[in-house]
Design a protein. Structure first.
Length: 383
């Protein structure tokens, strides 16, 4: 399943994860992470607070972590600002980012991307850094309660930068080596570098993916009447956006946004090219729903109705959960975890620690791009 770059013999023992296989939870389960119970912690960098969906993570054998990243300090402080150049090496080379407020600039392998609410990025094994982010100046409680959206508008772009992020397994369990530290970055040259390294775990067909929220393939389409999903009750028509991540993820995860307009408004950018295709919904072995704004109602087997509001997350096994109702002005992220995830293995602690210790030594090739807007697609040195 996996494609790897040619490796120097010295990397033979580190070229791919060799730990325990990943196993999704195929038993009937439903796990809920209530936003009111979440904790925001500056786990990795002082300017960002992280809030994890731990209940679902643990119930699903710690196979995929969904968390929220909330910018909470200005960029001009000595301990904040741009990050170093680093990379993530999760199993399956899977890192998903969906921006929900503010504006960011990311530098991926020598190319800049300026992104705002609703932008979807899928990448891994690519040397990158976060170069810029917005900060509203609000207090922490006000900042964490600011409205979120996957539809770009002046209001949501003016808030502090926030995004939802997903990794296969926990970021603490796989390597995250620093390639160029902040003190070694030469802004006239380093940001134009494209790097190659041998430590890949990328499935066939996987690669870098960016979907603009206003691109044609990101437009919302109505649910077909009579379909299972078409029975969702709502005061406003229900629309679906396909995030397009199934193929770029190597058939590991599907992603959609299920949404409704506010009453009396047409907020969602819509397509006139027919109804939403929802065949991918049936592929998931495990499904994760995260309410970005608004509220929704779910039914779990013979149990009671489950009501979720903004910030809540529910994780469930195949056919254990059904979305049955949505309020107006509601946006829900839906991730479907596919069978391909179980062909992956975890990194062993020894591999993780050795790769993190190697840091920039793992780079085996580098090039300077003539222009940051020109050149081959992102990640071309990794094919």
């Amino acid at each position: 399943m996996n494609v790897h770059a040619a490796v120097d013999p010295r990397w033979a023992g580190l070229a791919r994860p060799s730990g325990e296989p990943i196993r999704l939870n195929h038993q009937g389960f439903i796990a809920i992470d209530r936003h009111r119970d979440t904790k925001y912690e500056a786990t990795y960098r002082p300017q960002a607070l992280y809030s994890r969906a731990d209940e679902g993570f643990q119930a699903n054998h710690e196979a995929l972590l969904l968390h929220e990243v909330s910018t909470n300090l200005p960029i001009y402080r000595e301990d904040t600002g741009p990050t170093d150049f680093h990379l993530h090496l999760p199993p399956g080379a899977f890192q998903l980012v969906m921006v929900t407020s503010g504006v960011f600039t990311f530098d991926y392998d020598g190319q800049f991307h300026h992104v705002g609410p609703g932008t979807v990025m899928l990448q891994s094994a690519i040397v990158h850094r976060q170069l810029f982010y917005t900060w509203s100046g609000l207090s922490t409680p006000e900042n964490l309660s600011a409205p979120q959206s996957v539809v770009p508008d002046p209001l949501s772009m003016g808030y502090s930068g926030r995004f939802l992020e997903a990794f296969i397994t926990d970021p603490t369990s796989f390597p995250n080596p620093t390639i160029v530290g902040p003190d070694q970055i030469n802004e006239a040259e380093t940001p134009r570098m494209a790097w190659s390294h041998p430590l890949h775990d990328r499935p066939v067909g996987a690669g870098f993916w960016l979907q603009d929220p206003l691109a044609l393939d990101a437009l919302y389409r109505p649910l077909a009447m009579g379909s299972a999903e078409g029975s969702i009750k709502s005061p406003m028509p229900v629309h679906v956006r396909d995030m397009g991540i199934e193929a770029p993820s190597g058939r590991l995860v599907t992603g959609h946004v299920i949404a409704t307009d506010p009453k009396g408004q047409s907020l969602l950018p819509k397509s006139s090219a027919g109804v939403a295709e929802t065949d991918a919904f049936a592929k998931a072995e495990v499904v994760i729903y995260r309410v970005i704004r608004g509220s929704a109602e779910f039914k779990g087997g013979a149990g009671p109705m489950i009501e979720l509001s903004t910030g809540d997350v529910v994780t469930a096994s195949r056919q254990s959960l059904q979305l049955i109702g949505m309020a107006d002005d509601t946006q829900i992220l839906r991730l479907g975890l596919l069978k391909g995830m179980e062909q992956l293995c975890r990194w062993t602690p020894a591999q993780r620690d050795e790769i993190d210790g190697l840091a920039g030594q793992i780079i085996t090739r580098r090039e300077v791009r003539p222009l940051r807007t020109a050149g081959k697609p992102i990640g071309y040195l990794y094919e």
